[in-house]
Each structure stands twice: as C-alpha cells, then as structure tokens.
Ligand binder design. Structure first.
Ligand SMILES: Nc1ncnc2c1ncn2[C@@H]1O[C@H](COP(=O)(O)OP(=O)(O)OP(=O)(O)O)[C@@H](O)[C@H]1O
Ligand SMILES: [Mg+2]
Length: 273
C-alpha cells in the first residue's frame, strides 16, 4: 500500500532523514519507534505532503505522491493525527468531527463531478448545489446532508467513547480525550491509511490501556492500514506486529516486536538516548 524509497530530508544543511526505505502492507498495523529527534514525525510530514523530500519517492497504492500537495494526498485516502493536537478548541466535540465529515463529503462530491460521473455540468462550488438561503435557514438538501453527517459523526464519537461529550467545547476536554477526538476526526475523512503521531502522549496508564484497545479495534473494524508513532516501546510492542526503529534519521531496525526487543542497536539507541 505504501512504499518509501531512499528518502532523504535536509533542513538547511542538517539531515533529518537519510536513506529511509520501507513498505507498509495493505491492512497492516505498523509501529515506528525511536528517541526524540529521530525523524519519526518528519516521515509523517513527508507521507502527508507537508514536506517534499530532498531525495527519494513515496508511492501510495501505485501513485507517486512524492510531489503532491497535502490536500491531494488526503483525498487519496491518507489521514493523520498530530503530535501537537490541532483541534478547534472553542468548537464543540461534535462540530470538530462534523467539519472533517463535511470536508470528506464535499471532496467526494467534487471527485464525482471531475470524474465525469455527473451528466449535468455543475460547478464544484459548494453554493451551487444547495443555495445560500437553504444553508442559512437549514432547509432542503443541506439540512438532509447535515443530518446524515451529524449521525455519522455521532457514531464515530461513540466509537471513541466521546458521545456523551458531544456538546462540550473540545478545548475543555481532558488531554487523553482530546487525543481520542483527533482520532475520530481523522476517521471522519474515511481514510485507507491512518497515521497516528504519538497518540498516547500525555495519557495515564489506564488511558493508554484503553487507547490500545481503540487502535486495534478501529484497525479491524474500519479495514484500515495503520502506522503509529510511539515513543514508548512497551506500548507499541503490545499492539504492532511489525515495528520500524529510527535513530538519528536512519532506519536502524525493522521486524517483529520480539526481533526489535532483542536488537542490540535498538537497545543502545534507547539506553543512550
Ligand atoms: N521544519 C523543520 N526545520 C528544521 N529542522 C526540522 C524541521 N522539522 C524537523 N526538524 C529536525 O529534524 C529532526 C527530526 O525531527 P522529528 O520531529 O521528525 O523527530 P521525532 O522523531 O518526531 O522526535 P519526537 O520524538 O521528539 O517527536 C530533528 O532534529 C528536528 O529538529
Ligand atoms: Mg515527533
């Protein structure tokens, strides 16, 4: 599903990544570990089009996405969560998910138009298919669409255990719940590949335990391919059958959790770090 070929990423003269290559199989759940500054988030930024790598290529489902823009890559079916949360703090929990669901809806509508499936020539501009008045008054087509999106967003909130918080401002949620909300938002984009950047950061042990269940659950139920960055080895080893370890911008190991656990270079990277 995803292939990274010989990726180099330089910031000024500094190499954040050097000669990174790996494959992620369709339907897999893969972990990326490594000490601070190892280059983990930079890999996600390259996959999602935030950065264009200095060298190398990224292939997703047969498409070369190396030079694509973030929104194009997102439309191909890659969604992510951020290490530093990016929620709309003052909007409600439900609105946060609905915004993503709306984006997904509009994008799929546009794709339909551009792929020529629609006989009528309709502008991809949102206001041309439901009138401004309708949207203001919550009438007609928009009202029906909104109802559907609200329903699906509530289902996602239920899936991540936040349905009883739907009307609360996102910024007032405890930290662990905000991380779950980010996952719900990413799921609302209906991705094929989900990238989670340190989803357990700032969580207490009980929350981490529940998060493990959530990640393995959505991986299965949503037929997702998942790549998860985690700083803590013990957490990732429990849920990821395959793990990639980075250190100083290079891949130093790849294998099963047992292989990684017994790899002297990995141990050295962690003990030294
Ligand atoms: N936009 C940037 N400009 C300059 N240097 C950057 C930039 N982004 C990342 N780096 C550098 O690249 C290296 C890898 O950073 P990255 O954030 O990928 O590490 P990480 O493995 O995610 O670390 P952490 O565990 O702390 O999140 C670091 O030295 C970082 O300072
Ligand atoms: Mg990081």
């Amino acid at each position: 599903m995803l292939e990274l070929h010989n990726i180099d990423m330089f910031f000024g003269g500094i190499a954040a990544l050097h000669d990174i290559k790996f494959r992620v199989d369709d339907g897999s759940l893969t972990g990326i570990i490594g000490p601070n500054g190892a280059g983990k988030t930079t890999i996600f930024n390259i996959i999602t089009g935030v950065y264009t790598p200095t060298a190398g290529s990224v292939i997703f489902n047969g498409y070369d996405i190396t030079n694509m823009k973030a929104y194009q890559i997102n439309r191909l079916g890659i969604a992510r969560t951020f290490q530093n949360l990016r929620l709309f703090a003052r909007s409600s929990v439900l609105e946060n998910v609905m915004t993503a669901a709306q984006n997904r809806y509009v994008n799929s509508y546009r794709e339909e138009i551009f792929s020529g499936n629609m006989t009528q020539k309709i502008s991809p501009n949102l206001s041309s298919w439901y009138s401004f008045v309708e949207s203001c008054l919550h009438l007609g087509r928009w009202s029906r669409i909104e109802k559907t999106l609200k329903f699906s967003s509530m289902q996602l909130l239920e899936r991540v255990g936040l349905h009883d918080r739907a009307n609360q401002a996102a910024g007032t949620l405890p930290y662990g719940m905000q991380r779950r909300l980010e996952i719900a938002r990413a799921l609302a984009l209906e991705p094929k590949l989900l990238l989670l950047d340190e989803p357990a950061a700032g969580m207490n042990p009980e929350e981490v335990f529940e998060l493990n269940d959530l990640i393995t659950g959505i991986h299965k139920d949503f037929n997702l391919t998942v790549l998860v960055i985690e700083h803590h080895m013990d957490l990732i080893m429990k849920i990821c059958p395959r793990i990639i370890c980075l250190n100083f911008g290079a891949k130093i190991a790849e294998g099963t959790s047992e292989e990684i656990h017994n790899n002297p270079e990995v141990l050295e990277a962690y003990l030294g770090g």
